[in-house]
Design a protein around this ligand. Sequence first.
Ligand SMILES: NC(=O)c1ccc[n+]([C@@H]2O[C@H](COP(=O)([O-])OP(=O)(O)OC[C@H]3O[C@@H](n4cnc5c(N)ncnc54)[C@H](OP(=O)(O)O)[C@@H]3O)[C@@H](O)[C@H]2O)c1
Length: 256
Amino acid sequence: MINDSRVSVVSGGGTGIGREVARTLAGDGDRVVVIGRRAGLLERAAEEINRELGARRVIPVAADLTDPAQVRRAADRIAELGTVGVLVNNAGAIITPSAGEGLEALADAWRRDLDTNLITAVLLTNALLGRLSRPGGRLILVSSAAAQRGGAGAHSAGSYAAAKAALHGWAFGLARQLGPDGITVNVLAPGYIRDTDIFDGQDTPEFVAAKVADTLVGRTGTPADVAAAVRYLASPDAGYLTGQIIGLNGGAVLGR
Ligand SMILES: NC(=O)c1ccc[n+]([C@@H]2O[C@H](COP(=O)([O-])OP(=O)(O)OC[C@H]3O[C@@H](n4cnc5c(N)ncnc54)[C@H](OP(=O)(O)O)[C@@H]3O)[C@@H](O)[C@H]2O)c1
């Protein structure tokens, strides 16, 4: 072990929401492993945060989390750091099937969406399950408001909403399984969050305006909004909060 500070793991930690979550947890003193497929990008993100903090707290581990062998290798690397206090399953993407290409293309797009948004979390969680802190471990899954209200705009195909919704049922079972060990399991379901790569340029001013109009607070969400919620869920103060789907959407989805 390098030192005895808490180890947090953030999948998709090289960009957008995950990067800000990593920055926040590292700023609080955690050693944070960030995982993603693009090694160069991850290394740059880690370097920038470490430089800002003046300490080497963010550790890049490149892996495609849809691939069991790569997940196993990442988990072995993480094991060298010690017990995992916090696992934030944040990696995800919107897979858009091309219209009119038949059932084969549709099946392929749905499978890729399930792989990217669900299987990544299932594999990483299971690879690290035995290494989570007991008691006190924190498992956080990043879903989407799309899971609660259906896909729209850039993710109107429905596979993204369906893949994210699958996280919810799985999380309930995990919360029941891990509660006796003192591990909490919660799902964060953000609405539109700006300054991320997920919309790949499809978040036009009209799209963003429609998202803002959906909210009760009249603004977009930010990666910092999500990071603040993760910070709380990951804290000792949140020990009585488990098995919940938490909407972080400016009121765009009410009461679920
Ligand atoms: N932005 C929003 O409005 C919004 C709203 C609700 C929910 N979310 C959710 O928030 C999470 C973070 O997304 P974001 O908005 O911050 O978008 P983003 O900037 O595109 O981040 C997604 C991250 O996931 C990583 N990733 C994707 N597939 C992966 C794989 N197979 N293995 C490992 N890493 C993988 C990507 O890195 P590599 O490409 O390098 O692998 C990337 O860093 C996602 O789960 C997304 O569904 C976002």
